[in-house]
Write a protein that binds this ligand. Structure first.
Ligand code: FAD
Length: 365
């Protein structure tokens, strides 16, 4: 994207030399500089539920592979759960050189304390220089708990990752509301930690010829030491998880009201997809926030993305620009969405969407 956020000056989370004149010295100012050279390698914490990994974990393994090759170091995965050894193998097939596997009954469902203790044990023992996990509800909780205990810096919700010649992680995320992409560094502590959004990075294809060690890790807490109990999972039936969808039909303010989302639902049904939305449509109360795509919604990477009555503001585009095929319908030929669309149709959505539905259904019959 040409008109997307420009990279801001780097922000160093741990650089205490910034602005020291006017503030009282912090304990970090007098801390002797630590030698972190024994910290090597990249660790991806794989998130799973009922033995099924979150896509973001495989996407991070793909990105982790690229970073590890650049640093000339190893890529490890940490799989925690109960009956999850198949995931450890899959992590190898997806790019890991080795996997730490902590497989125990009390780890079946995510709970902060037992999971963070396993992570802290692995980090303490194997000393990775970089630790990455998905910016999911679970990943955010777990990463925060670990970073607090170590303590080290944590950059949340990254959309770009890289490393420099000093082996520093360049963790970039949208900042200052709109057009800035802040690159955040953690210079003085290890491991450098970040959570990253789903749908931003590419998972590697499964390669069953890959080989690697699976290292068993003991669970760190017994059930009677864990103060929380998972009693039940209550599924919200109408909740849409856009991140895993292959076809998304998204609508914006151009729909003019909530009723027009029925048109989009027809098109989504005909294509076997789901409905997405711009923030303008969500803020207007036409559809719920779980449908929102963009900077403050979901980042998606479907095979097919329809942007209907959506202008193409940078905060929307940042969430859908990686779709394989983008089709835009807008009555304004100068709408910015046409800059990212592979196929643009200038016209009135109220005529075009029903016509598309009819054509698709006719082809099916
Ligand atoms: P508009 O910009 O009003 O565009 C409506 C489009 O519909 C126009 O291009 C118009 O030509 C077209 N149209 C109208 N009638 C028709 C018709 N009959 N047929 C065909 N086309 C028609 N936005 C997001 O989407 N996701 C985010 O996550 C997000 N996060 C944000 C975070 C911050 C901090 C800020 C400041 C903003 C954020 N926004 C986000 C808002 C974003 O800046 C835009 O305001 C928003 O995306 C605009 O939504 P829209 O394209 O639906 O509406």
């Amino acid at each position: 994207m040409n008109d997307l956020p420009k990279t801001s000056p780097e922000i160093d989370k741990t650089d205490t030399t910034v602005g020291t004149k006017s503030r009282r010295p912090s304990p970090r100012d007098v801390m002797p500089e630590k030698d972190w050279s024994d910290y090597r390698g990249i660790l991806i914490v794989v998130e799973q539920r009922n033995g099924i990994a979150k896509k973001v974990s495989w996407q991070l393994l793909g990105e982790g592979r690229r970073l590890a090759d650049k640093l000339n170091t190893h890529l490890s995965a940490l799989v925690i759960g109960s009956n999850v050894s198949a995931l450890a193998k899959e992590a190898i097939y997806r790019g890991a050189d080795q996997v730490y596997l902590c497989d125990s009954e009390e780890l079946k469902d995510y709970r902060t304390r037992p999971y963070s203790k396993v992570c802290l044990t692995v980090i303490g023992q194997y000393k990775p220089e970089i630790v990455l996990m998905g910016a999911t509800y679970t990943g955010r909780d777990l990463a925060g708990a670990i970073a607090t205990h170590l303590p080290t810096g944590l950059t949340a919700d990254c959309t770009q990752l890289d490393v420099d010649e000093q082996r520093l992680l360049l963790a970039s995320r949208p900042a200052f509301s709109e057009k800035m992409l802040a690159t955040i560094l953690c210079k003085q502590f290890k491991p450098q930690m970040a959570t990253a959004r789903s749908g931003v990075f590419l998972a590697l294809p499964l390669d069953p010829t890959r080989d690697g060690d699976i290292i068993p890790i003991a669970s760190q807490m017994k059930e009677d030491e864990i103060v929380t109990r998972v009693l039940d999972f209550l599924e919200q039936n109408d909740y849409v998880s856009l991140e895993d969808q292959e076809i998304i039909v998204a609508g914006g303010r151009g729909l003019g009201g909530p009723e027009a989302f029925a048109l989009l639902q027809n098109l989504a049904d005909a294509l076997g997809g789901v409905v997405g939305a711009s923030r303008a449509a969500v803020d207007a109360g036409w559809i719920t926030h779980d449908h929102q795509v963009g900077q403050t919604g979901s980042t998606v990477r479907p095979k097919l993305y329809f942007a209907i009555g959506i202008s193409g503001a940078v905060q929307h585009v940042v969430g859908m620009q990686n779709a394989d095929m983008i089709v835009a319908i807008n009555r304004d030929p100068n709408a910015p969405i046409f800059k990212v669309a592979h196929l643009g149709i200038v016209g009135d959505l109220f005529t075009l969407v029903p016509a598309l539905c009819t054509a698709i259904k006719a082809q099916k019959d």
